[in-house]
Ligand binder design. Structure first.
Ligand code: HMG
Ligand code: MG
Length: 306
């Protein structure tokens, strides 16, 4: 089977990785993290989200983070915008891309964004139209595409329904998200296949949380379908405030190690990426969730080998 020769990583650590941190993370540390990630070769960085600060206080400094970044040409900076209020606030920060986030399960839609799936599409429609009119690309995430913390099983039909809804309102890129990391390769492929019925492979990505340790296997299964864009989080940071117990996204370092081992280019310097992950873990006082980073840091003598 021929796998893609190049993979693009969308680094979501600054947003998905940090949004769930209970203690405030200094705005300066968030900015430094973005700088280190772009220096490591990441060309897509999801920086922050324009959501209610009452719901997700950690992202309340969204505009300050966006304003503080020294942008590199060729890097795409994206932000989450769930509604017009979010888009209007985000616009001043001039993101290159916005992300609207829907869910394949009704229960998760209600918990996450306080409305039904149909209502969420109605809310997104003017956001998508305004962003596209402003020349800003619109990406989406379909949460709970293979399982929901409230509903349990989620069927490919439910995924396809949302995919069609997002396509109908003009969303340009479809992200298939395993929010709680329960997916296994065949289930993930079944969800991705529904996205691939309506979007080209170049506009479909995988977003896999690693709660059950399946994310790398799911990425390999996605590569088999020609998927070559993945969201990943440095040091495996993160979790979702509305999916209790779910861990972070698959660690960027682990994915880079896998891909380079397969002879697939990413443009990312693994050592510099490990440094970026070590920096943010030290800054927020958290253990590093990347096994590759822990192995390389132990090899360097930076942390103790176990
Ligand atoms: P709502 O309560 O339904 O909205 O929130 P509302 O219009 O009734 O407004 C209520 C209050 O929120 C008002 O303030 C609004 O001004 C304010 P008040 O008058 O009470 O002071 N408000 C906002 N403030 C700032 N920015 C906004 C905004 N909109 C309203 N954009 C809303 C709807 C979606 C805003 C809310 O439910 C929310 O912020 N939820 C948080 C969602 C979130 O950030 N979830 C985590 C990110 S998604 C994710 O992690 C999944 C992903 O990684 C993929 C995966 O893994 O599945 C992407
Ligand atoms: Mg996520």
């Amino acid at each position: 089977m021929k796998l893609p020769s190049h993979v693009t990583l969308v680094e979501v650590g600054p947003r998905d990785g940090l949004q769930n941190e209970a203690r405030p993370v200094a705005t300066g540390d968030k900015i430094t993290l973005v700088h280190r990630l772009q220096a490591a070769g990441l060309r897509e960085v999801e920086v922050t989200s324009y959501v209610s600060p009452k719901w997700v206080p950690q992202m309340a400094d969204n505009s300050a983070v966006m304003a503080g970044i020294a942008r590199l040409p060729g890097v795409r900076y994206s932000v989450l915008t769930p509604n017009m209020k979010g888009w209007e606030a985000a616009q001043a920060s001039q993101p290159d891309e916005i992300v609207v986030f829907a869910a394949a399960s009704e229960a998760f839609s209600q918990k996450n964004i306080n409305c039904s799936i149909a209502e969420s599409l109605e809310r997104f429609a003017p956001v998508v139209a305004a962003a596209r009119a402003a020349g800003v690309k619109v990406r989406s995430a379909v949460s709970c595409a293979v399982g929901c913390p409230y509903q349990g099983e989620v069927s490919p039909d439910e995924v396809e329904r949302v995919v069609l809804g997002l396509k109908a309102i003009g969303v340009q890129h479809l992200g298939v998200a395993d929010t709680i990391g329960v997916g296994t390769p065949r289930k993930v492929q079944a969800a991705l296949e529904r996205a691939l019925k309506h979007y080209p492979a170049a506009e479909v990505s995988g977003h896999f949380h690693d709660t059950y340790g399946q994310a790398l296997a799911n990425i390999y299964a996605s590569l088999e379908l020609g998927i070559h864009i993945f969201d990943t989080s440095v040091a495996g940071l993160g979790g979702c405030p509305y999916a209790k117990g779910a861990t972070g996204n698959v660690a960027s370092e682990d994915v880079v190690y896998l891909l380079h081992g397969l002879g697939i280019s990413t443009g990312v310097d693994l050592d510099a990426l490990v440094d970026a992950g070590h920096f943010i873990c030290q800054a927020i006082g958290k253990p590093n969730g990347s096994r590759v980073a822990r192995a390389l840091l132990a090899k360097r003598g930076v942390i103790a080998a176990c």
